[in-house]
Write a protein that binds this ligand. Structure first.
Ligand code: COD
Ligand code: ATP
Length: 189
């Protein structure tokens, strides 16, 4: 199984491009959202360490964001509980798809959390900063503080690009991007 990991800036188009590969996608952000929504055991652990923000199941996103904004330590406490659950889901996903020729990893913190293996193909999505900002500002509940906090924690984009086997330039139109995806697949599969 070839693992193709899509990395890049927040809002650069990783999830959009991951889907264009037409192979099963593991989307870590979606997994996190689903854990908050469905995993009561995880909620209990979160409530125990951060009762002020996790009061009733399912967790409230505004409260989670407030916890993270209030202190970086809170984010560490949350990720200590959430990340092992995401890793469990990843193991299940890889097992389920072990006979597939390729799978796509849409894990924003893949390199930060050293979830990659040497054999993985890393694809870096490169998008114009101004275009990204314009788009993410339109998102529901967009929070500039949180965005800046996450940017500070994430590895520099220059490092991610250097680690990549391929770079896809995303101009937020499908024509160019689809061509790049096709070219990469032709080279590796
Ligand atoms: C704060 C939350 C509720 C905001 O949810 P929301 O739906 O608005 O955003 P989403 O989860 O899609 O994340 C958007 C982007 O923010 C960045 N981001 C999210 N969490 C983190 C983090 N812990 N560290 C650095 N960047 C992060 C990623 O680039 C991600 O793609 C959520 O991001 C969260 O709970 N984060 C902590 C858990 C985590 O580490 N998730 C990252 C995936 S493993
Ligand atoms: N090539 C493209 N053509 C059309 N729309 C695009 C393209 N690339 C991205 N988009 C759109 O831009 C927005 C941001 O893309 P996306 O959500 O995939 O980014 P992301 O990098 O996964 O974000 P995050 O870091 O928050 O997880 C989405 O609405 C997506 O549909």
């Amino acid at each position: 199984m070839i693992k193709i990991a899509v990395v890049g800036d927040i809002g650069s188009g990783k999830s959009h491009i991951a889907k264009l590969f037409s192979y099963p996608v593991f989307n870590a952000d979606q997994e996190v959202a689903s854990i908050y929504k469905k995993n009561k055991n995880c909620f209990r652990k979160l409530k125990k360490i951060l009762p002020k923000y996790f009061s009733a199941f399912p967790a409230n996103k505004i409260q989670i964001i407030k916890a993270i904004e209030d202190s970086e330590k809170n984010l560490k406490k949350i990720t200590k509980i959430i990340h092992p659950e995401v890793r469990k889901k990843l193991t299940i996903f890889l097992k389920k798809n072990k006979k597939r020729k390729a799978i796509i990893l849409d894990i924003p913190l893949l390199l930060e959390n050293k979830l990659n293996q040497k054999s993985d193909i890393i694809v870096f999505v490169q998008s114009k900063k101004s275009e990204i900002i314009k788009r993410i500002k339109k998102r529901d509940n967009f929070n500039l503080n949180l965005y800046n906090q996450f940017k500070k924690i994430q590895l520099p984009l220059s490092y991610k690009k250097k680690k990549a086997n391929h770079v896809i330039k995303n101009n937020f139109t499908n024509k160019l991007v689809k061509k790049s995806v096709k070219k990469i697949l032709k080279e590796i599969i």
